[in-house]
Design a protein around this ligand. Structure first.
Ligand code: ADP
Ligand code: MG
Length: 226
């Protein structure tokens, strides 16, 4: 059954420059569900990335709570936040950030090896994630030898490698054509429905957003269910 895995409660985020205060997020409330694909839409500068960073504990709100399994993550030390991220989160960005000198397989293996997993197991797991994103035929290709859509799928396989239960994706289809964007959407929907992953996707693509389970709109730091 669908359950709330992450709950942001009355989140505000303000920046201060001298005496000037800019309120980027204003009392944002959002519930993230374990088996839903949630879209966040809104104009450039409306606060979408800031919210995603806060949901991912990469940024700390000025006030408000971020509740995961009954605990307020905003109160965690930076070490505990890093541990939380490693154990639970997968990040996907507009730009894939793959390492150009390494193959798809090596790129997906890298975080596993850094996490202390043996080469043999890292290879097996990376191979299976690449298979999951439909790239079995590309495992030995370097990023420069793949299409934009394929590179983004490698980045998703890498995000999946630590078995996240929440994926935070910031405009993951921003650089892709309609067909590749649709493929990424299908992959996220599959992860939500069949692997019980909570997927949060910031997107400019209203067509894709409307196909998501839940749509939130950000406007000048205020969020509303759409
Ligand atoms: P979006 O992702 O919706 O385009 P952002 O969350 O990146 O929007 O930014 C929201 C607002 O916060 C913008 O007006 C931006 O200028 C401001 N902002 C983001 N980061 C900072 C920062 N480090 N200092 C001051 N203002 C910032
Ligand atoms: Mg942004």
């Amino acid at each position: 059954m669908s359950e709330i895995i992450l709950k942001a409660h009355n989140i505000t985020r303000s920046y201060f420059e001298g005496k000037v205060q800019t309120d980027v997020l204003k009392n944002v409330n959002i519930d993230i569900y374990s088996d839903k694909l949630t879209a966040i839409i809104g104009k450039s500068g409306s606060g979408k990335s800031t919210l995603l960073h806060i949901l991912g504990t990469l940024d700390t709100p000025t006030s408000g709570e971020l509740i995961y399994k009954g605990e307020d993550l905003t109160k965690f030390s930076s070490n505990k936040k890093a541990e939380f991220r490693n154990q639970n989160l997968g990040f996907v960005y507009q730009f894939h950030h793959l390492l150009g000198d390494f193959s798809a397989l090596e790129n997906v293996m890298m975080p596993l090896l850094i996490g202390g997993i043996s080469t043999k197991e890292a290879k097996e797991r990376a191979t299976s994630y690449l298979e999951k994103v439909g790239l079995s035929h590309r495992i030995n290709y370097k990023p420069s030898e793949m299409s934009g859509g394929e590179r983004q799928r490698v980045a998703i396989a890498r995000a999946l490698s630590n078995k996240p239960n929440i994926i935070l994706a910031d405009e993951p289809t921003g650089n892709l054509d309609a067909q590749n964007a649709s493929d990424i959407f299908d992959l996220f929907m599959d992860l939500a429905k069949n692997e019980h992953v909570a997927v949060v996707m910031v997107t400019h693509d209203n067509g894709l957003a409307q196909k998501c389970d839940l749509v939130y709109q950000m406007k000048d730091g205020v969020i509303n269910a759409n």
